[in-house]
Design a protein around this ligand. Structure first.
Ligand code: UD1
Length: 417
């Protein structure tokens, strides 16, 4: 099993954020809407991207990856089913539901099922497609969707689900008339999907606000070129890494306003942050301070994906920081591993109370999920000694070139095969 060996110590240097994993997946699903060639640039080489390409190929597309560019020729779609093995490779494969239905009038797939973050229901996705006229039948974990035509309607989400908003936006491109999504997710990735849909010729407005309107015009859609927005969670992770290690780091190709909540927490923690268009720099030479209570919320609130990396930083702060996880039910699985490194954290339901300690120690720890794994890397940079991190498949889902990037920042890190 491959492991990372990381020695703690200060960092210094400049790295560049990759394209956002969470943007690429819905955009790749949306390539099914046209019968043409789409070119998606700024794509990192990540396991989830490769899984999405496998799904596209299974459906009959030609999909290639080379040097950060994905080319999808979706003229030859022949199938409407996604086998369970492919669904299981990537929980977010549910994003293909709306796209396959829009393209073929049917979709057969299994429920993505629970994951390390909890049960992760898809009721909002299914209810929305139903209200647009899709017929759904379920047999155990298998879902069949049929819709000879979808009809635009008003959909009010009971929670601003990112995936449900994206699925509706994609399916609504094939609907007759206007679909309005109220209480839509406002995450920047929604705006990025909107940008790609518009480049294809779709009539979509309001992406990034709580009301998104889609006027279906499937016949007009054509292939398009799109550059994926920078990954705000990857950026936040490297900024947390620098905050923990001390020193300075600049992340280029970052969008400061996408990370406002994280930047404000890091500056409370004692970091000096300067943001200019396209780059964020962070310096930390003073001791870390605790942060006011951190509550994860839909965007523009504090992102759940940055909760665990920031928690690692707070383990070394001179005081107590309280974290409340409001988005996913099971998102403190990194806490037990941080405790092995000497962190003092108590959990009560959705609340984690972090009592800062003077020192963390190198230990053998394992990634329990993607962002929890990133939190261990962040913690390792603030330890005395060497930390060995195993179960890297989780981290590999979201962080391309992690070893190279940290090496560029002066970190003593090796990955054993
Ligand atoms: C996306 C991101 C993930 C991020 C999350 C919240 C991708 C590929 N993943 O996940 O990294 O952490 O947004 O910012 O973009 N829910 C329901 N019913 C549904 C759908 C969601 O109850 O039908 C619940 C979920 O269980 C969860 C909450 O809503 O508790 C948020 O989920 P959602 O916003 O849909 O997250 P994802 O799109 O799965």
């Amino acid at each position: 099993m491959p492991v990372l060996n990381i020695t703690g110590g200060p960092v210094s240097g400049t790295i560049r954020a990759h394209g956002a994993k969470n943007s690429i997946l819905p955009i790749l699903a949306a390539t099914l809407l046209n019968r043409d060639v789409s070119v998606i640039t700024n794509c990192p080489d990540l396991a989830d991207v490769r899984s999405s390409l496998k799904i596209l190929r299974h459906l009959g597309c030609k999909a290639e990856y080379a040097d950060g560019t994905v080319t999808v020729d979706s003229s030859g779609v022949t199938r409407a089913d996604i086998p369970e093995a492919l669904m299981r490779e990537m929980r977010s494969s549910v994003i293909f539901l709306g796209a396959v239905l829009a393209r073929t009038g049917r979709a057969d797939m299994s429920r993505p099922g629970g994951c390390e973050l909890g049960t992760r229901p898809i009721d909002l996705h299914l209810a929305a497609l139903k209200s647009m006229g899709a017929e759904l039948s379920e047999n155990g974990s298998d879902i069949s969707c049929r819709a000879s035509r979808l009809t635009g309607t008003e959909i009010i989400l009971s929670f601003p689900s990112v995936g449900a908003t994206e699925n509706i936006m994609i399916a609504a491109c094939a609907a007759d008339g206007v679909t309005t999504v109220k209480n839509a997710a406002r995450e920047p990735e929604i705006e990025d999907l909107q940008a790609y849909l518009r480049a294809m010729g779709a009539d979509v407005t309001g992406g990034g606000t709580s009301t998104v309107c889609i006027n279906g015009c499937m016949d007009k859609l054509r292939g398009a070129e799109h550059r994926v927005m920078p990954d705000r969670i990857e950026t936040a992770t490297y900024l947390c890494a620098a905050a923990m290690a001390g020193g300075r780091v600049t992340v280029e190709d970052a969008v400061p306003e996408h990370n406002s909540a994280v930047l404000s927490a890091l500056s409370e923690a004692g970091c000096e942050i300067s943001a200019r268009r396209g780059a964020i720099s962070l310096k930390r030479y003073k001791p870390l301070r605790p942060v006011r209570p951190v509550r994860t919320m839909p965007y523009p609130g504090f992102p759940t994906d940055a909760q665990s990396p920031l928690m690692s930083v707070c383990t070394r702060a001179g005081g107590v920081t309280v974290f409340t996880e409001n988005i996913f039910e099971s998102r403190f699985r990194h806490v037990g591993e941080l405790a092995r490194m000497g962190a003092d954290i108590r959990i009560e339901g959705r609340v984690a109370v972090v009592f800062g300690v003077n020192k963390l120690y190198g230990a053998r720890v394992k990634c329990e999920d993607l962002r929890g794994g990133a939190a261990l890397v962040v913690a390792a940079l603030g330890t005395e000694g060497v930390t060995t991190i195993s179960h890297l498949t989780h981290i590999d889902r979201g962080y391309a070139n992690l070893t190279e990037n940290l090496t560029a920042l002066g970190v003593n890190i090796t990955r054993t095969p």
